[in-house]
Design a protein around this ligand. Structure first.
Ligand SMILES: O=C(O)CCC(=O)C(=O)O
Ligand SMILES: [Fe+2]
Length: 192
């Protein structure tokens, strides 16, 4: 079998609009959202989004360690659904809240060593639709783009994190708020 490159599954409206509405209400109200700082080129800057790291272990990226908040019941139920669907375990979820078009996520790969070689990352989108873009590391002209809407799920797996980067670009257009949940499996806690 030829390996998919990138290996991306896209399941539009995986959640019904009603379930997605309910999940949005729940997440926006019940999670302990924070606007975190990270170190970028030696400077400490606020991230252009709110975040919650949830799960069994701490997570380390961009020079910071994030201690987890305990599992939420609804987000645990979703993790079980994805485990059944994809036959791989998930023990963490990074929640991102983009409150306007000015909130974004820059180019990166989810390639921290704790995620292992070929991580399976499941991304759930709720709220306003936003562009999600992938580009090949070795050729930035090679791109793939999805408009991730309310209830959509996108899965990245195989060598996608090794060979591709992804981003959620800012937009000047007036857009509503969007919450994104990315389920991951951490092999171990980060090494100090
Ligand atoms: O918001 C998104 O769709 C992307 C989130 C993402 O790439 C991440 O959390 O690593
Ligand atoms: Fe990512």
């Amino acid at each position: 079998m030829v390996a998919q490159d990138p290996d991306v599954l896209y399941w539009p409206q995986y959640l019904t609009p009603e379930d997605a509405d309910q999940l949005y209400e729940h997440c926006s109200g019940a999670l302990a959202w924070r606007q975190e700082t990270i170190r970028m080129f030696g400077r400490v800057v606020l991230q252009p989004r709110l975040q919650v790291w949830m799960g069994d272990m701490a997570y380390r990226y961009s020079g910071r360690t994030f201690e987890p908040t305990p599992w939420d019941e609804q987000l645990t139920a979703l993790a079980r659904r994805f485990q059944d669907e994809l036959q791989v375990p998930f023990n963490s979820v990074l929640c991102n809240w983009y409150q306007s078009g000015a909130h974004s996520m820059g180019w990166h790969s989810d390639n921290e060593p704790e995620l292992g070689n070929e991580p399976v990352i499941v991304s759930v989108s709720i709220g306003a639709a936003r562009r999600f873009v992938l580009r090949q590391r070795s050729n930035h002209q090679q791109r793939l783009e999805y408009l991730l809407g309310h209830g959509d799920v996108l899965v990245m797996r195989g060598r996608t994190q090794q060979r591709w980067e992804h981003a959620l670009p800012k937009t000047q257009k007036p857009v509503g708020a969007r919450i994104n949940l990315t389920y991951r499996y951490l092999l171990r806690s980060p090494q100090p």
